[in-house]
Design a binder for this molecule. Structure first.
Ligand code: IVH
Length: 708
């Protein structure tokens, strides 16, 4: 029972001890009340315990951070989802010095900044871990979330609190922020594991028969995403703050100043961050970090450059999922030499046959590599790779390892040339075709001509469909898809996406049940059905992405979904494109970042009767949620605008990017379809045309006032 003594005079240790006892007592009462329906104390007594806990936490705020661990419930079996108030973006890459210089030049051009004038850009290590967003409300940690798909992450608050409360805590995340911090502050950064801690963890895992991690990043991710926060707390994870999400106020007006403020608030920040003034400065700092890399004690995969002034960052804005004001200058890939034991053919979702090098396993950059891509037949010929050869392989970050060259003077006498198959390795042995490129020449890619008849293609298609970024069906991974594709009970097979959604009905009607097969149980089957049901409602953008149309990645799918609004509208447009309707094609190509490749792929997909029928069956099982049109509130959303003459307050690129981000289409010439012409000094024929057609013409200032 609470002592009732004023917590003020308690020593921190006494307070901590009492807090821990109280927390576990309360947890016990919570369990008996909520789960067992068998409380052992009165409500008034319970309230007194709670008040005492709160009094302790008010006097010793750091105890609050530890609270939800000790009070927290048993692992839930799943993380709750958190929608990020400000999306968590990724970065574009520069693979060499020339591309890094291009970045600086591009930024200056966009801002109309004289090429020779210094421009402050920061350079800091790119930590190879996983990003984390920490939200503080009224200066107390409210929740912590992983990046997830950038829009929605996983709530890992109990794990972060457990790390903060661990006896030898290394995470360094403060539970509260000082009084000068704003009311709402989302601090973002990277969670990582040091080399020494990684080696010790793997040694312990080996001893206890636990999972061995491939590299520190996987180990950090695996450790943070534990359902049992106590396991997370036992891993010495660390954190560097480098960015932010929603902020109710800004402590600085530069990138560098923001990070300094984070440091002052108690966050670990990277000591190798520098403010540079030119591309030469940035590259000098890059080389310095590269020199430190072998002894720094944690994995880096490059250097991130960020325009320092936040006002300039705002002007530069974003392209797709990455800011225009930042870039990751990657370190060169790591290389190793090993033997090429065999070449196998894999058939992808679109039927492309990819040769895969089966290698004598070797460690490259801390990861054991036994497969590498050889891309296509031309690449094998270019490398002159023969089975038995010694080959140089390279691995860069997340990228699939590649064979870069053959060590010619180590070629063994018996090395064997590889004959590229002319038939698909699937059971149907369909002929392989070599497509012509748009220029008419023979393309490099060989494709199985079986399309939907080819089981390899169908399986790959199903894998893509159920994958995390598409329908994200938990419990329907590669293994399960392979099982359902060839299920011995025909009534339980899944051979196309629609059949995922009829599986439960079919299982109920079947005498032989999924739960009776090895690898499944009553619980896992119930969970699978629940996961499938959860996805019966799906956003239009995920739906379009999941269809697996060539060249339609997540970003493109989002653009298409937003433009179409609803599925029937998209399908109708796609069918018109398939019928070579010039207007439909032009409409799609007018969208940001959409060109021939996408419209041709859409046409190809929707000319196949089988594909259309399959999509219709699928759509019949689902509720497809229309795309949000966030830009609709903007007065220029959906409008076609034309800029002409010279602009004085912004560059042409900037004006175009801004207009597009507000949902407008920026056209190059004036026509009947133009809604608005923004004319600056020196406007000529376009202005005349606009007057002639009666299109509304405004000045740059009027435009700025309109979109303000
Ligand atoms: S800034 C809007 N800075 O790299 C810009 N990212 O490729 C957001 N990362 O998801 C990122 N170190 O997980 C930034 N110093 C650093 C970083 C860093 C590592 C990771 C981060 C991000 C990914 C993007």
């Amino acid at each position: 029972m609470p002592t009732g003594r004023d917590p003020g005079p308690l020593t921190p240790l006494e307070a901590q001890a009492e807090h821990a006892t109280l927390a576990s007592e309360i947890a016990g009462h919570d369990r008996r009340y909520h789960q067992d329906d068998a409380p052992t104390i009165s409500d008034a007594e319970y309230d007194a315990l709670r008040r005492r806990l709160e009094a302790l936490e008010a006097a010793f705020p750091h105890l609050k951070a530890a609270a939800s661990v000790s009070v927290g419930a048993a692992p839930s079996g799943k993380f709750a989802k958190v929608r990020h108030k400000v999306p968590m973006l990724s970065l574009g890459n520069a693979m060499n010095e020339a591309e890094a210089r291009d970045f600086v030049a591009r930024v200056k051009r966009f801002l109309d900044w004289p090429a020779e004038k210094p421009l402050a850009i920061t350079a800091e290590p790119k930590i190879d871990g996983l990003s984390l967003s920490l939200r503080y409300e009224s200066r107390a940690l409210a929740y912590a979330a992983t990046r997830g798909d950038g829009a929605e992450g996983e709530d890992v608050t109990p794990n972060i609190r457990a790390l903060m409360a661990a006896p030898d805590a290394t995470i360094g995340i403060p539970a509260t922020l000082p009084a000068d911090a704003p009311d709402i502050a989302e601090i973002r950064g990277e969670v990582y594991l040091g080399h020494r801690d990684f080696a010790a963890l793997n040694a312990k895992q080996a001893e206890t028969g636990g999972k061995i991690f491939a590299n520190p990043r996987n180990a950090a991710a695996g450790s943070l995403r534990q359902l049992d926060a106590r396991i997370t707390a036992s891993r010495p994870l660390r954190f560097f703050a480098y960015g932010w999400g929603e902020m109710a106020g800004m402590p600085a007006n530069t990138q560098f100043g923001m990070v300094e403020a984070f440091r002052a608030w108690g966050f670990p920040t990277n000591p190798l961050m520098a403010r540079c003034e030119s591309a030469d400065d940035l590259l000098a700092h890059y080389r310095l970090i590269e020199r430190e890399r072998p002894t720094i004690g944690y994995d880096l995969d490059g250097v991130v450059y960020k325009v320092d002034e936040l006002a300039l960052q705002a002007r530069l804005g974003f392209v797709a999922r990455a800011p225009r004001w930042a870039i990751a200058h990657k370190f060169p890939a790591e290389k190793a030499v090993t033997r090429l034991n065999a070449i196998e053919i894999q058939v992808g979702r679109t039927g492309a046959l990819t040769p895969v090098a089966k290698l004598e396993p070797i460690t490259v950059g801390g990861v054991v590599v036994s497969n590498a891509t050889l891309h296509n037949a031309d690449e094998i010929a270019r490398l002159d790779a023969r089975i038995g050869d010694f080959v140089v392989i390279q691995r860069a970050g997340d990228v699939i390892p590649q064979v870069v060259e053959v060590v010619q003077d180590r070629r063994p006498a018996g090395s064997v040339r590889f004959e590229f198959p002319t038939l698909c390795p699937c059971a149907l042995k369909t002929p392989v075709i070599r497509e012509a490129t748009s220029g008419g020449a023979e393309g490099a890619v060989r494709r199985c001509s079986g399309e939907f008849a080819c089981p390899h293609q169908r399986i790959e298609h199903l894998k893509h469909f159920a994958s995390r970024r598409a329908f994200d069906i938990e419990g329907l991974g590669e293994k399960q898809i392979a099982f359902f594709y060839d299920c011995p009970v025909e009534a339980l097979r899944i051979r196309e996406p629609a059949e995922i959604f009829t599986l439960q009905r079919r299982n109920e009607a079947s005498i032989q049940k999924i739960e009776n097969f090895e690898g499944f149980g009553k619980t896992s089957v119930a969970k699978l059905f629940a996961a499938i049901e959860e996805r019966r409602r799906i956003s239009l953008e995920r739906f379009i992405f999941a269809l697996g149309i060539r060249h339609v990645g997540e970003t493109t799918a989002k653009v298409l979904a937003r433009a179409a609004g609803e599925w029937p509208a998209f399908e109708a447009q796609a069918k018109r494109i398939a019928a070579a309707d010039a207007e439909a094609i032009a409409d799609m190509q007018a969208l940001d970042q959409i060109g021939d490749a996408v419209t041709e792929a859409v046409a190809e997909f929707f000319t196949r009767a089988e594909a259309v029928a399959m999509v219709d069956r699928l759509a019949g099982e689902l509720t497809i949620i229309p795309a949000e049109k966030p830009a609709a509130e903007s007065p220029v959303a959906g409008k076609t605008v034309v800029f002409t003459g010279s602009l004085e307050k912004m560059t042409r690129d900037e004006a175009k990017a801004r207009a597009e981000s507000l949902g407008a289409k920026v056209a190059g010439s004036v026509s009947k379809k133009t809604d608005l012409v923004i004319a600056g000094p020196g406007a000529g024929s376009k202005l005349e045309k606009a007057t002639e057609l009666g299109v509304k013409v405004i000045t740059e200032d009027e435009w700025l006032a309109l979109i303000a």
